[in-house]
Design a protein around this ligand. Structure first.
Ligand code: DGL
Length: 266
């Protein structure tokens, strides 16, 4: 394959809208790439599910994305990355990019030496999380905060409302009062709550993983000669396992233009 000559799409998946926080960064960095995004809303939320069940869904979705021609797959979900990314890499030939909470940069950047990690139970229970904490969490005290019902709010597009503000306040008031000066978003849904967290806790920095993961996907495309042709036009194709209409209605509430929602519908 010649440089910049691979017209196949990039695959991306999540339990719902959360992974679109990775997609919006990826589209900004690689506007010529076509993305097939699988939203597994029939099985939302992944967070409280048994890891074996999430792994099964990840395998089924990866098969579907490979059938759609995916040249690289971004597991745009921390819970699915924790449950399945190592096994996916073993089983499929296509390269995978997964999510890991940004413990390393947070521990380095914290001035107070205290960091709050906001994630789902599935992410906290996985080996991936324990390994980054073992490796990079020594320099800071870490508060694990399970985000009860936060992904559900985002799935409804409820990100800029009093309910969203109240929910982030309830989740983070304790750790912030204890001195945490950085909140790590360990779930792709929570990236959409960053403005609400900033508004509630102005002195706290919010660290997500959407941008670095999108950057990693671009680097891998370049490294493996998988980039789209120079004249390609980017696009978003959506596959929704649950209620497609409801999914499309959420998109404008998350900052996606109505035109993009309409395009994704076709
Ligand atoms: N977006 C998913 C993640 O990054 C989780 C949301 C869910 O519980 O389904 O972990």
């Amino acid at each position: 394959m010649l440089d910049g000559m691979d017209p196949r799409p990039v695959g991306m998946f999540d339990s719902g809208v959360g992974g679109l926080s990775v997609f919006r960064e990826f589209r900004r960095l690689a506007p010529r790439e076509r993305t097939v995004y699988f939203a597994d809303t029939a099985y939302f939320p992944y967070g409280p599910r048994d890891p074996g069940e999430v792994r099964k869904r990840a395998f089924a979705i990866a098969h579907r994305l490979v059938d759609a021609g995916a040249k690289l797959i971004v597991v745009a979900c921390n819970t699915a990355s924790a449950a399945a990314v190592a096994d996916l890499r073993q089983l499929f030939e296509v390269p995978f990019v997964g999510m890991v909470p940004a413990v390393k940069p947070a521990a380095r950047a914290s001035r107070s030496g205290r960091v709050a990690i906001l994630a789902t139970p599935g992410t906290f229970d996985g080996d991936l999380y324990s390994s980054v904490v073992d490796e990079f969490g020594k320099d800071a005290a870490i508060d694990r905060v399970v985000g009860h019902d936060l992904a559900e709010l985002v799935e409804l597009g409820d990100v800029d409302t009093p309910a969203a503000r109240e929910a982030v306040r309830a989740a983070l008031a304790g750790p912030v009062a204890n001195g945490a000066d950085i909140v790590v978003l360990g779930c792709t849904h929570y990236e959409f709550l960053a403005p609400a967290i900033n508004a509630e806790f102005p002195g706290v920095s919010v660290l997500g993983t959407g941008e670095p993961v999108a950057r990693r996907a671009c680097a891998l495309l370049a490294e493996l000669d998988l980039e789209a042709p120079p004249d390609a036009e980017g696009a978003l194709d959506l596959i929704v396992s649950g209620n497609r209409e409801a999914f499309l209605q959420t998109l404008p509430k998350l900052g996606f233009a109505p035109r993009e929602a309409a395009e994704a519908q076709s």
